[in-house]
Ligand binder design. Structure first.
Ligand code: UGA
Length: 451
């Protein structure tokens, strides 16, 4: 294998995972970030994000001398052994959703401004962030360098399994109008032996949106199907199991929930809708996917209202509710666009009093005390304390620990024995044995309380 000198700008989920994993594949990697304190922590081996295996990989690759951290993209240029130049520059900076759903490219632009002119001839600039179609072309324009190629190499990492996804990818996608540069980027991953799609830049950029929006559509479909199950007396678990055996559908990504969230799916669905709008294409399917998701959050609130008050229009004013799980999914401490927090906001608007618990926030970061509240939701130290005096317990994130809680102890703590499991992860029979009423999504026999 041919080891390359790789510079990664941005040490968020994507950048840090990319840097550490590329180093583990044998490349010499320098990661740059503008956050000086963060770089300091990374140099000490402190990884802020909860990502299984990442801290270990960072420590291992740092001590092997293949991974270093510097402040600022400019410093990265000079940080390779013997002062040799970087051969590949990965842009892993945030591309948040700006006004009207268009991705905000200011971070990409500022990196180019800082180092664009300094790059050695023949360097390949790789866009790894999810960016609108046309960004590779726009990056090339900003660069104003005919001797530096731009390649789009979208990542398909999931938070919570980013390292595993990087080192065992379903596919590698590399797009460029410069085929030689695309092949050089694809070669960085050669050891992984994954199927590789070599294409043009616009197709690679669109592929990332196409994948995330398809996943969002799959989930909105499942959530709508769960609602239909409640109305016709069917069971969503059986229905998804049955359809999942069809290899064209697959079992993955079929769990109903409080709506999809996180830093990617909501941003990318809106951005693709924007792309479609500006191409004068009415993407009704995508709009319905987003609307179904927005509605899902209200649907959970309606379920809580009905379960607690017995009426669809009952009042939640001063009703104490325990919220188990606040992150956007299990296995992460990420709260961005978390459906749990969106539901908490709706419940608070309806007058409910909330207490939350999330296993991701039991300990503070880097020696600090754990937070006492998140987004206005006061935090309890454990699930039982959160449930104390509650009129309903809501399971909002699929943390495995919620399955194995001692629900009989929770039953003694609550004021009223209602558990609304928006992830269908806690065994309803266990809840019933503990004397609790179980309300899930789309489950047979719960129609009267769950509709
Ligand atoms: C998503 C994609 O899955 C990755 O492939 C992609 O690389 C990434 O976005 C990105 O663009 O960077 P991620 O945001 O980490 O990854 O989260 P997912 O695991 O996709 O979950 C998204 C949401 O769907 C979460 O709120 C999750 O709880 C929900 N979900 C997922 C369900 O409700 N049911 C399921 O069966 C699966």
């Amino acid at each position: 294998m041919f080891a390359r000198r790789v510079m990664v700008v941005g040490t968020g989920y994507v950048g840090l995972t990319t840097g550490a994993c590329l180093a583990s594949l044998g490349h010499e990697v320098v990661c740059a970030d503008i956050d000086e304190a963060k770089v300091g922590r990374l140099r000490r081996g402190v990884v802020d994000i909860v990502e299984p295996g990442l801290a270990e990989l960072v420590a291992e690759q740092t001590s092997a001398g293949r991974l270093t951290f510097v402040v600022g993209a400019g410093a990265a240029l000079a940080a390779f052994e013997d002062g040799r130049p970087a051969e590949v520059l990965f842009l892993c900076v945030p591309t948040p959703m700006g006004a009207g759903g268009v991705a905000d490219l200011r971070a990409v632009e500022s990196v180019i401004e800082e180092v664009g002119a300094e790059l050695a001839a023949g360097t390949v600039v790789v866009n790894k962030s999810t960016v609108p179609v046309g960004t590779a072309a726009r990056t090339a324009e900003l660069l104003e360098r005919t001797d530096v190629a731009v390649v789009s190499n979208p990542e398909f990492l999931r938070e919570g399994s980013a390292v595993k996804d990087f080192l065992g990818p379903d596919r590698i996608v590399v797009g460029s109008d410069n085929q030689d540069a695309a092949e050089r980027v694809a070669a960085l991953y050669a050891r992984l032996g994954a199927p590789t799609v070599l294409t043009d830049a616009a197709s690679a950029e669109l592929m990332k949106y196409a994948a995330n929006c398809f996943l969002a559509m799959k989930l909105s479909y499942v959530n709508a199907m769960a609602e239909l199950c409640e109305r016709v007396g069917a069971d969503i678990g059986d229905v998804t199991e049955g359809i999942g055996y069809d290899r064209r559908i697959g079992q993955a990504f079929l769990s109903p929930g409080p709506g999809w969230g996180g830093s990617c799916l909501p941003k990318d669905t809106h951005a693709l809708l924007q792309v479609a709008d500006s191409a004068d294409f009415e993407f009704r399917l995508l709009r319905a996917t987003i609307d179904t998701n927005t509605r899902q959050r209200q649907r959970i609130v309606d379920k809580v209202r009905l379960a607690v008050t017995g009426k669809r229009t009952g009042s939640l004013s001063r009703v104490r509710l325990a919220l188990l799980g606040l992150t956007f999914k299990a296995g992460t401490d990420d709260l961005r666009d978390s459906p749990a927090l969106a539901i908490a906001a709706l419940l608070r608007q309806a007058g409910a009093e909330l207490v939350g618990f999330d296993p991701a926030f039991v300990e503070g970061k880097d020696g600090a005390a754990p937070p006492t509240e998140i987004d206005g939701v006061p935090l309890a130290a454990d699930a039982v304390s959160a449930a104390q005096g509650a009129e309903a317990v809501l399971v909002l994130t699929e943390w495995p620990m919620f399955r194995t809680l001692d629900w009989s102890v929770i039953a003694t703590a609550v004021k009223r024995p209602i558990v609304i499991d928006t992830r269908n992860i806690v065994d309803p029979a266990t809840l019933r044995r503990a004397g609790l009423t179980a309300v899930g999504l789309g489950r047979r026999g719960e129609g009267d309380v769950a509709a």
